[in-house]
Design a protein around this ligand. Sequence first.
Ligand code: KG4
Ligand code: ZN
Length: 334
Amino acid sequence: MLVLGIETSCDETGVALYDSEHGLLGQELYSQIALHADYGGVVPELASRDHVRKLVPLVRQLMHACSVDKADAVAYTCGPGLAGALMVGAMTGRALAMAWGVPALGVHHMEGHLLAPLMSAQAPQFPFLALLVSGGHTQLLRVDALGQYTLLGESVDDAVGEAFDKVAKMLGLDYPGGPAVARCALQGNPERFDFPQPMLDRPGLDFSFSGLKTAVRIAITQTQDYPDKAADICAAFERAAVDVLVAKCGRAVLMTGLRRLVVAGGVSANLKLRASLGEMAGTEVWYAPVELCTDNGAMIAYAGCQRLLRGEHHGLALELFPRWPLTALRGGVV
Ligand code: KG4
Ligand code: ZN
């Protein structure tokens, strides 16, 4: 089954063709980073308008590049995300499916992230643990099958990606903040600042990143300036955030006895996180390739394909879910 995937939930217009037999045929991605950079964050209305401008030409470009004039089904992100931005992808996907006379399916954006690492040839067997780390989510899940997700812990305040973004903003670094902080941290000494590792002293698998963010703010305003100060702060912040994520994953392994871990979402592109998780003895860890960690159409095409193959699809009247917990998803046929 050849599936066209469409992702427009935030500031990337992503399209891809995934074939259930031959894998990923191709993908195209247009990032709106430059559009939002002056504002230090995504401006929803500008995002929607840009998806309108870019999406259809991008689909045409993809189909041309893959020498394909029709797909067997269309999968589009239907939540969570920015309502206007979601509408652009959903309407376009639904309309294409209608024109081609094929089924269409709305996909949960975080299920797309979660399943992206399974696209590889050596995909993990169920059940496994999943750490979802993006701009809006920090969650530990137990994954028993497609659609069977049990929440083990999550952030009680900021998501870890959001903390990276806010730290970058405080330091006047580029948007999006994660890659900018990681880059800056390379020149820094993580020992110069001693930031808290929130929630490590408490039992359970929840996270909190707002205290860490506040500690960074205090360090910025209350320590005397010196040439490498921003780099040292980035390095210490990154280490604290990564250490907390790794410690909670270790705890989840102990609590569940599961020794397979899938790490997904934008922050899973972070190389320090990958290096630290790599040192977790006795646990095998899976990631998507770095370019498929942040938002893209391939993960939506792949996740959609898994559900379409089970006979799931959605009707002509679209439903969008700007706020939508992953655990509300069901494994059964809709
Ligand atoms: O998954 P994603 O592309 O979008 C959401 O669904 O939110 O994640 C975006 C988040 C942003 O907060 C961004 O700063 C962060 O992922 N991010 C990173 C890195 N690359 C992206 N954070 C840390 N290190 C990175 N290399
Ligand atoms: Zn995302």
